[in-house]
Structures are given as C-alpha cells and as structure tokens.
Design a protein around this ligand. Structure first.
Ligand code: ADP
Ligand code: SF4
Length: 690
C-alpha cells in the first residue's frame, strides 16, 4: 500500500535553521522515568522512533548545569563532560534512520529545589521553589554576575551537545519548568533592572542566550525555543496575548517556535478532560507573526487532523509525545497507507506516572515502551515462533486480547474463548463511563488486528471450565479471566470485611457498570484511590443521585496526581455538587446510615444514606486456573505443556498492567526457562576507583 495523497504534506521536508527535517513528524521532548539511570533503555526507545519514521526526535529535559536540578525526578543530566557519552549514545540512535536529533536544555530556576547538589537555587526573583512537592526551599535572585555565568553555562552545555552529535537544541521555557519562562513571566520575574519590568526587558535574557548559543554552535545546529501558549495563571502570568506580543517582537529569534501549553497538567491533559487538538484556538494566528516554523502539540493521532493543522496554516510540524509513545511507527504507518494499524494513544497518562513515581514508564497501548533495550521488545516485531503450534487464550479483556494478538503475530494458532458476547472485558464496560470513551481504543486496535489474522479463532459465549480445557487438547493455556470488585469493603482501611447491615443497598463498580443504578442519597466509599471512585461519582450525579464521596485519603482519586488529573477531577466533582469528604473512612454500614471516622482522630459520626457504592479492591477470577492446577497430573495426557494465569486474574491492576502481562506471555511462550535470572537488562553505575 502507499500513502493517501491527502497526507503528502506531512512528508514535505522543512528546514530548521541550518538543518532540515525530512518530514513534519516532530517528537517533542518527553520523559520516560528512565533518564540518566537507564540511558541505554532511553537511547533504544528513541532509536525505535527513528525506525518508525519521525523527522525530529528529542530527548527529555536535560539538566544543563549542576546548580539547577530536580531530584528525585529522573530526567537527563549534562553537568560536565562525563555526561557526553550518555547523551551521544542517544543522539546516535535518534539519527540512525535519518531523523534530526534534538536535546532539550533545562535550567530549572524557580522549579529546581537542588535536593541532590545542595546548591542554593537561582531564579530571576527570590521566592519559594515551585514544585509538585512544595519543597521548603527558596531561591536566591540571580545578580548580574550570576546572569553572565548562566549565559556561559548555556554556551558550555550547547558545545557539549554539539560534541555529542545533536542537530537541534531546545531551550526550555514552558510548563513552568524552564528559566526562560521564569524571566518572561511577571509572576516569577519582579526584577527592577534591565531584565525585569517591560516585556522587552523580561525578554532580554532569552534573547541574549539565543545569541550566545547561536554564535557558539548555530552554524551547524538549529535552535528552538519551547514556550507555553498561556501560563494559565491569570494576568500576572505569561498569558497568550503576551506570548503573541513576544513572538511578534522577536519574530526570528529561534530557528523554530515550539509551542507547548500551560503547566504540564494543561499540556498533557488526559482524554477524560481534553480532546485531540485542544490548543487549536490558542495557537491559531501565531504562525503569521513569524517567518520561522512552528510546532504545536495536542495528542494528535488522526492523520486528517494532522494534515489540517498544516494546510490551514496553523502549524508547520506536528508535535507528538504521547502519540509517539503509543505508536512509535505512526509516521511509517501513514506513509505506507496503513492508517488502520495505528495504535492510537488513549490519553490515560499512565506513561507520565513512570516519571512521577520515578520508576520507569509504561504505556497502556504499547507494552514494549521502555522495554526496547531492557527486554529487546520491538513495538512492531515479535520474536520468532517456537516449537509449539497452538495456544488457547481464555478471556478477551486487555490481557487476553494482547496475548492473542501477539501470539498470533508470532505465528501460533490461537483460539480466544470469551464467556461474554463482546471483546474487551473491563475496557468494554469502562469505556461507557463518563469521560473514558477514548480508552476503548485498547479494544478497537486489538479487535482490528485480530480480524486481520487468519490464525486466530474467537469463540463467544464460551465460559470454559477445567474439564473442557482438558478436553480440547491445546498445548498452551493462557488464563486471562479478569477480576471483580469486592463488596465487603476490604482494601486498605479494612483488611477484613467491614460490618454491613443486610438491609442497606450496597453496590460495587461492576453493579453500576451493569446498569444497576441506585437512587436518592448515595455514598461512594473510595479506598481504591485511582480513577474509578471519581468517575462513578460523575455517573451517579448524571443519573440524578445526590452524591457524597468519602475517602481516607487527603485527595479525591489520590493516585491520579501521577496522571496529572487530580485537580481537574476534584474541580469537576465539586462543580457538580458532590459532597467530598477527605481524610475520612467508613467503619460500618448500617440499615439507613454509615458510620464514618476521621483518619487522624478516629472520632466517628453517623451519616444518613440510601445506598453505598464500595470502591475498594478487586478479587481475581482464578477458579478455572486453580481447578486446572489441581488436575496437573492430567495435563500430559491432554497434551497440555503449560498453563499460565495473567492480568487481573493473576493480580488486579490498571489496564496497562494487563496489556503488559498479555504481551509478556506471548514473548515468553516456548522460551527457555531463565530460572532465577533477572528478566531484563539493566545498567549499574561504574564504581569509582578510590
Ligand atoms: P484483564 O484486565 O486481565 O484482561 P478483564 O476482566 O478485562 O481482565 O477480562 C476478563 C475477560 O475474561 C472478561 O471478558 C470475562 O468475560 C472473561 N472470562 C472470565 N472467565 C471466563 C471463562 N471461564 N471462560 C472464558 N472467558 C472468561
Ligand atoms: Fe497514551 Fe496512555 Fe500510552 Fe501515555 S500510556 S502514550 S496516555 S496510551
């Protein structure tokens, strides 16, 4: 197949200063939770994107001097020459298939608490450090000598980037994270000298640094400036109108304008709160203010939307972070006319949790993300088929679907047995909940892939038991039968069932998703802390209930702090009229009331309610597995070589955990047993000699 001519424009080359991008697919900087701790894993991940056809590929933010760092968050470091080999490896891998290699230099200023280096943070104006964690640290104001030093440090860093082989340098001034924004915004720049006050003065620092860096490396490297389209903090902030004034005043300052948005929460808004191309209005018209190319983001996954950004004169480059994570081969698939094969980002922000938890990122849609080097997993190519020929996958939720897809891709004959009448398991139920429709892409992508494979047979209405499985005679059995929400309150507050009066209406998320809707005053007891409690509160309000949400946590949907949506969830529920009670548990459920307790004082009080929805924990549906295990002596006669329990049936978790488990099952099928060995590669710091 060849590409649709409507998308030709996406493949036109475009210069960025002295270098030229081969097409308009621009992977903007994005974190990955690996950074300097896992440099080879990061390099391989970027290299895969080069294979996937991206024209421009950037690193995540890179600390360019030791006087400004963001430990414990793990990004990149370029503090001195010792860091050059690490970033050079990344540049090499990015360029392997003709992409331009970019590095994002960050001086975190008012956003860098320097917990690791113990240096006093420097910022345009002395004020408390502005971090997610409200660190009790203040920055000192840069004096004139500091500003001279900082300009030199940028030049030194730029020279190191050139030595490392990069084509592009991005100066970071977006999301509240980069010093250029701190100078430009009157919220963080209250100086009275020539670097503060008027917009011209506030722009002085960035103009000087661009000139310095251009003089040092501009003959071979393109310079980009990353700004937020609007700081989103009102008049004091660097608002959209001032951004436009700044670009008009400094039309040709960088070789490309990279326009992000607001704080990171605004820019990487989840699909629950933001549509594709959400920044369209804020970015429209900016291109006319400059002769330099413009890149913008907006969780672009549709080639039609992408092409429209360019034909309408809105953008020159299609900036993608999450869409490039979910499908590193997105450009190639458009080029080859394989639109239906695109694995669209669902906007769940699980990838971001890898950074926020300082672990390593995963992606719900692409289980190979950050496993390209660690496990040798390629997003588009499976390992060769082993000696066996067939697999029975039981359960068509995200774990079973991915196991079936990936096993079929390896060349096995796959039978997929599903008790119900649809594919998708929990995702098919959850996609119908308020704000979660885009999550259905987890099913849609896999359903289409399975439909294209002659070696997969799907059987609906097939609730299998151990006896049937033994009868069928498949070589490998993959059990992905999922989990169900428990109704007895067991989770974190209660490790054994809580007292519940039999006359009270007590429901679980499964009940609500099956359409069993309570009425009147409904209390949600959320001891799960991810999205479900908050989403069900919305559903109940939509269905006319008066809703109280009680959680032992200090935040509604606490874990969604890691997916950057907690504040939006609280705001939405509060505006819908949900009575939010934080730091309270539920000790007992009575006939017509609940007894709640303060998590600090343990003082209790009774509250009337007509029904209770318990969002606590889930129980594995593992009966078939247990039954089969008990009949292990019959496996050989039945021709069974292996039985594996995966996904929620093994241990309930987010959807990303299930697709990962399905993928892992397929990869490891017929592979030699590695015994006690570590199942992935890792890098260990070289010990100093003295
Ligand atoms: P996961 O997230 O691990 O993929 P889900 O709960 O989403 O789990 O999906 C499990 C799927 O397995 C559901 O669609 C359910 O109908 C199906 N299922 C459960 N038990 C059986 C069984 N014994 N035979 C066939 N399908 C089953
Ligand atoms: Fe998109 Fe979710 Fe994957 Fe992130 S984890 S790239 S938001 S699908």
């Amino acid at each position: 197949m060849s590409r649709d001519s409507r998308y030709d424009i996406l493949f036109e080359p475009m210069p960025i200063g002295p270098v030229t991008a081969k097409n308009r697919f621009y992977q903007v900087p994005h974190c990955n939770g690996g950074g300097y701790r896992d440099p080879s894993a990061v390099a391989e991940m970027r290299g895969i994107k080069s294979q996937g056809g991206w024209g421009v590929i950037f690193t995540e933010q890179c600390e360019m001097h030791h006087s400004s760092e963001i430990a414990p968050f793990i990004e990149l470091r370029l503090w001195d020459d010792q860091d050059i080999p690490m970033i050079a490896k990344m540049a090499d891998r990015m360029k392997e298939h003709g992409a331009l290699a970019g590095i994002q230099l960050a001086y975190s200023g008012i956003n860098g608490p320097n917990l690791y280096t113990k240096e006093v943070p420097l910022a345009p104006t002395a004020m408390p450090i502005r971090t997610f964690t409200n660190d009790p640290v203040q920055a000192r104001a840069l004096d004139k000598q500091d500003i001279k030093d900082l300009r030199r440090w940028f030049v030194n860093a730029a020279k190191r980037c050139k030595l490392a082989g990069f084509d592009l340098i991005c100066l970071y001034g977006a999301h509240g994270f980069g010093i250029f924004q701190h100078f430009l915004s009157t919220a963080t720049n209250q100086r009275c000298d020539e670097y503060g006050g008027s917009l011209e003065n506030r722009a002085r620092f960035v103009a000087e640094v661009v000139e310095d860096v251009r003089n040092a490396v501009g003959d071979t490297m393109g310079l980009t400036l990353r700004l937020s389209l609007d700081e989103m903090i009102g008049d004091l902030g660097f608002a959209n109108s001032e951004v436009r004034d700044f670009i008009e005043m400094h039309k040709d300052l960088p070789d490309l304008w990279d326009l992000a948005h607001g704080a990171w929460e605004d820019c990487s808004g989840p699909s629950r709160f933001k549509e594709e191309a959400a920044q369209f209005d804020l970015v429209t018209g900016i291109k006319a203010l400059t002769s330099k190319p413009v890149v913008g983001v907006g969780r672009f996954t549709s080639p039609d939307v992408m092409a429209r950004q360019i034909t309408s004169g809105t953008l020159d480059f299609i900036g993608c972070a999450r869409p490039s994570i979910a499908d590193p081969f997105l450009p190639k698939k458009i080029e080859e006319g394989r639109i239906d094969d695109i694995r669209e980002c669902i906007g769940c922000n699980i990838c971001i949790t890898g950074d926020m938890t300082m672990s390593i990122s995963r992606c719900t849609q692409n289980p190979t993300f950050m496993e390209e080097w660690r496990k040798g997993w390629h997003p588009e190519r499976m390992n060769d088929k082993g000696p066996s020929s067939n697999v029975l996958v039981i359960g068509a939720g995200p774990a079973g679907l991915e196991a079936a897809r990936a096993c079929a891709e390896r060349g096995y004959d796959v039978a997929l047995a599903e008790a119900g009448q649809t594919l998708g398991g929990r995702v098919t139920k959850e996609r119908a909940l308020p704000g979660l429709s885009a999550w259905g892409r987890v099913v849609d992508y896999r359903e289409y892939q399975l439909s294209q494979k002659p070696n997969v047979q799907t059987y609906f209405n097939s609730e299998l038991d151990a006896a049937q499985i033994l009868e069928f005679g498949f070589e490998h059995i993959c059990i992905a039968t999922g989990a169900h929400w428990r109704a007895d309150g067991v989770s974190r507050q209660h490790v054994t069932p809580m007292p519940i009066h039999p006359d009270m209406t007590v429901l679980t998320p499964d009940d609500l998703m099956a359409g069993r809707m309570p009425s009147g005053a409904v209390t949600i007891y959320d001891d799960d802390h991810y999205y479900m409690g908050g989403v069900l509160a919305e559903l109940l309000v939509q269905n006319g209930c008066t809703v109280t949400l009680i959680t032992p946590c200090a935040y509604v949907s606490d874990w969604t702090n890691n997916t950057l949506e907690q504040a939006e969830i609280h705001k939405r529920l509060a505006l819908m009229g949900v009575d939010i009670q934080l730091n309270r548990g539920v000790t007992a459920i009575g006939k017509d009331h609940i007894t709640t307790n303060c998590t600090y004082t343990d003082l209790t009080r009774d509250q009337h309610t007509d029904a209770v929805v318990i969002v606590a924990s889930r129980l594995e549906n593992n009966a078939v597995y247990t039954d089969l295990k008990n009949r292990q002596d019959q496996w050989a006669d039945a021709g069974i070589k292996s039985v594996k329990l995966i996904g929620d049936a093994n241990a309930p978790g987010p959807i990303a955990w299930a697709t990962y488990a399905g993928h892992r099952f397929a990869r490891e099928l017929d592979q030699p047993d590695i015994g006690d060995a570590l199942p992935f590669r890792r890098e260990i710091a070289e010990l100093a000699r003295d």
